[in-house]
Write a protein of this length. Structure first.
Length: 300
């Protein structure tokens, strides 16, 4: 088989990313027929059918999705080399690439990285925030060296370095009557306006099960996917909420009420790395500093 055309692979990636030939053509600054020719050339060379048509739109086949993973690995490797060269030219070289779910990325990790920089001024990192499945993908494809998110079952793609849990906290806007309590029980939430999590989240499902046992559950006024949006809605008086201890710290910093919550449920997290790879000294330092920092939430 002749060598694969770099341009054909770029066209394939563009169509997979954008979902249409026209958008791929715009991204690559070439004509739509040119994109179609490049895709046909790739299909011929690989002897695979990569795209079909449905309702006038191109639809990726199962083979295309399987090929996508391998192509991304190759391009990620090339991209890493190009980024490294640019950073060296600019006098900056990231020693660690980190992916983290929002609850951890927006609260705990900035404090951990700041502490690490005080101890190791030479530490450099690229820090990306995304939801848990993209975190797993970034780490599995070796685009990030370490990831922080909720527990995952992708055991053949990543390794779990550490796993732990922190308490959930009750949050309310400043001046809320429940702020008079030293700690909050589930029964205290009966009939209270509440901002929760969507059912597709682990927290949302856990709280729904909890509230299902109540005779008079909270009145769920709004739901969100992200804990910091729950906090923002609570701050604006839409209701009270329950969030992880990481997010609760930021809520208190903004002037909101935070109280211990008397429930057995905990917010679980995991720290992951690419399958089979050894953590660098910088990554190990980050993990250890994070674990030290997390004890403050557990002990509070």
């Amino acid at each position: 088989m002749a060598a694969l055309s770099q341009r054909s692979l770029e066209a394939f990636r563009a169509v997979m990313r954008t979902g249409t030939v026209s958008a791929a053509a715009e991204e690559l600054a070439i004509s739509q027929p040119a994109v179609s020719r490049l895709i046909r050339d790739l299909e011929d060379r690989l002897d695979l059918s990569l795209f079909g048509r449905r309702g006038g739109r191109v639809v990726a086949t199962r083979e295309a999705h399987e090929l996508w993973t391998e192509v991304e690995r190759s391009f990620i490797g090339l991209g890493a080399i190009e980024r490294a060269a640019a950073q060296i030219r600019q006098g900056y070289r990231a020693t660690l690439t980190i992916a983290a779910a929002p609850a951890i990325a927006q609260s705990a990790l900035p404090a951990v990285i700041a502490q690490l920089l005080r101890e190791r001024p030479e530490f450099r990192a690229e820090f990306l925030s995304m939801t848990t499945l993209p975190v797993v993908r970034q780490v599995a494809l070796r685009q990030c060296q370490i990831g922080f998110g909720i527990p995952t079952q992708h055991k053949y793609e990543i390794d779990v370095v550490r796993a732990g849990a922190v308490p959930f906290r009750f949050i309310a806007p400043a001046g809320h009557p429940l702020g008079a309590l030293e700690s909050v029980r589930v029964e205290d939430l009966s009939g209270v306006d509440f901002v929760g999590f969507v059912d597709s989240t682990m927290s949302g499902r856990a709280f729904d099960r909890l509230f299902a046992t109540m005779r008079h559950p909270p009145v769920q006024k709004m739901k969100s996917y992200l804990s910091h949006i729950v906090s923002a809605l609570v701050m604006r008086g839409i209701g009270v909420g329950i969030v992880d201890a990481f997010t609760a710290e930021d809520h208190a910093r903004m002037g909101g009420i935070v109280r211990p919550l008397e429930i057995a449920e905990r917010f679980e997290y995991s720290i992951i790395k690419p399958h089979g790879e050894k953590l660098s000294a910088e990554a190990l330092s980050l993990v250890e500093t994070f674990e030290e920092h997390v004890t403050t939430y557990r002990d509070a």
